[in-house]
Design a protein around this ligand. Structure first.
Ligand code: S3P
Length: 425
């Protein structure tokens, strides 16, 4: 795809698509609940469609209209042994969370994903699940897909998360919900808490005591209505675009502002961005309007507890940092190496091709600004977020950017280019 925007100003109001993490979970809880769940503003990106597909194979009726997704929940007991392989596509969230669900169900299933999923570590989930009694086999001792799950009776667990991962936490929570008694998950660093919030939304109970999350097994859920807020991880691309393009102002409506996800807002403040946030409503998840204008930015340091709160936004923050005066240092972000691609390498390599002064470190990157970006040939490497970073970089680049494999963007933001074109003044 050839991107030759001519360094435009940006302006206007958009609503980014629904939150990916919340969309996945709304299907999962909707299926596990008894009765009907109606989901509005669901993200119809490829990842979340993979979750729908898997639950259909487990016997759940799911209706799709333009406005809503309707899940006819079967309850835990109503899920059926699938007669074909569950294909999770590019979705780590589907793969890992489904493992926690399938581990305790009384049947056999097989899971597979795409090439990127085949490289991503699954032992971070299969190891704690095995200690709860799960019977999961897979390539390289259960480290990678394809995986085969023979559902079994699960025991409770007290588990300290060795990595700050909401996917691991959520998989263990789903397994704990099926064990007899109370499980405790200790989370040294807070990660996104959509699973915990959704347990409550579907009529269940979860307790939080400091860094301990306490889950009682044997809970059943009731179908409900879910409104999925706009995904702040998608909004992030246009927050950055507005901050770095000339004479720009973008308003992002109905964006999720869950505290465990708003690390990027903190970074915008640290870097001196011109931004206002207005909280508009609250139903299960916080929602608000984010307005960002062209900004004079300064470099910053991003590390520690902030990292899990902006892990998916680091690639686009790297682009932002190329347009800030001074140095930006990102540390403690090794987890980037096991995302859809090794995002330390892919973002550094691709931004360099457009003239950024950026260097990879063992656990993050160092970016020196401010650089003038130029045209060039870049690739998404099949990673949706890398594809979007490069498209936003193209908005400010002097010259044409050729983007290879832009189709990957449909994983989380099918309307991305429509929105880009809508915002060009
Ligand atoms: C997600 C958790 C994060 C995030 C991913 C979605 C989730 O992954 O990067 O995009 O929905 O729970 P990790 O759990 O691997 O940190």
């Amino acid at each position: 795809m050839k991107l030759n925007f001519g360094q435009p100003s940006l302006g206007g109001r958009i609503e980014v698509p629904g939150d990916k993490s919340i969309s996945h979970r709304s299907i999962m809880f909707g299926a596990l609940a008894n009765g009907k769940t109606v989901i509005r503003h669901f993200l119809k990106g490829e990842d979340c469609l993979s979750t729908i597909d898997c639950f259909r194979k487990l016997g759940v009726e799911i209706e799709e209209t333009d406005e809503e997704i309707i899940v006819h929940g079967t309850g835990w007991d109503g899920l059926k042994e699938p007669s074909s392989i569950l294909d999770t596509g590019n979705s780590g969230t589907t793969t890992r969370l489904m493992l926690g669900i399938l581990a305790g169900l009384p049947f056999h299933s097989v899971m597979i994903g795409d090439e990127s999923i085949a490289r991503r570590p699954m032992d971070r989930v299969t190891v704690p699940l095995a200690s709860m009694g799960a019977d999961i086999a897979g390539r390289d001792n259960g480290r990678f897909t394809p995986l085969s799950i023979r559902g079994s009776k699960l025991k409770t667990i007290e588990y300290r998360l060795p990595v700050a991962s909401a996917q691991v936490k959520s998989a263990v929570i789903f397994a704990a919900l099926q064990a007899e008694g109370e499980s405790v998950i200790i989370e040294p660093e807070a990660t996104r808490d959509h699973t915990e919030k959704m347990i409550e939304q579907f009529g269940g109970i979860v307790r939080r005591e400091g860094d301990r999350i306490i889950i009682k097994g044997g809970q059943s859920f009731k179908g409900t209505d879910v409104y999925v807020p706009g995904d702040i991880s998608s909004a992030a691309f246009f927050m950055v675009a507005a901050a770095i393009a000339p004479d720009s102002e973008i308003v992002l409506l109905n964006t999720g502002l869950n505290e465990t996800r708003t690390g990027i807002v903190d970074v915008f403040k640290q870097m001196g961005a011109d931004m206002t946030i207005e909280k508009t409503s609250f139903k299960g998840e916080e929602i608000g309007t984010i307005t960002v204008r062209t900004s004079k930015l300064k470099g910053t340091e991003i590390s520690g507890a902030l990292i899990p709160r902006l892990i998916d936004e680091i690639p686009v923050i790297a682009l932002l940092a190329t347009q800030a005066e001074g140095e930006t240092i990102i540390r403690d972000a090794e987890e980037l190496k096991v995302k859809e691609t090794n995002r330390i390498d892919t973002v550094v390599d691709e931004l360099k091709k457009l003239g950024a002064d950026i260097e990879a470190t063992d656990d993050g990157m160092i970016i020196r600004g401010k650089s003038k970006l130029h045209g060039g040939s870049v690739s998404s490497h099949g990673d949706h977020r890398i594809g979007m970073v490069m498209a936003i970089a193209a908005l400010i680049a002097d010259g044409e950017v050729k983007l290879e494999n832009p189709e990957a963007i449909a994983v989380s933001y099918p309307e991305f280019f429509e929105h880009v074109n809508q915002l060009i003044k």
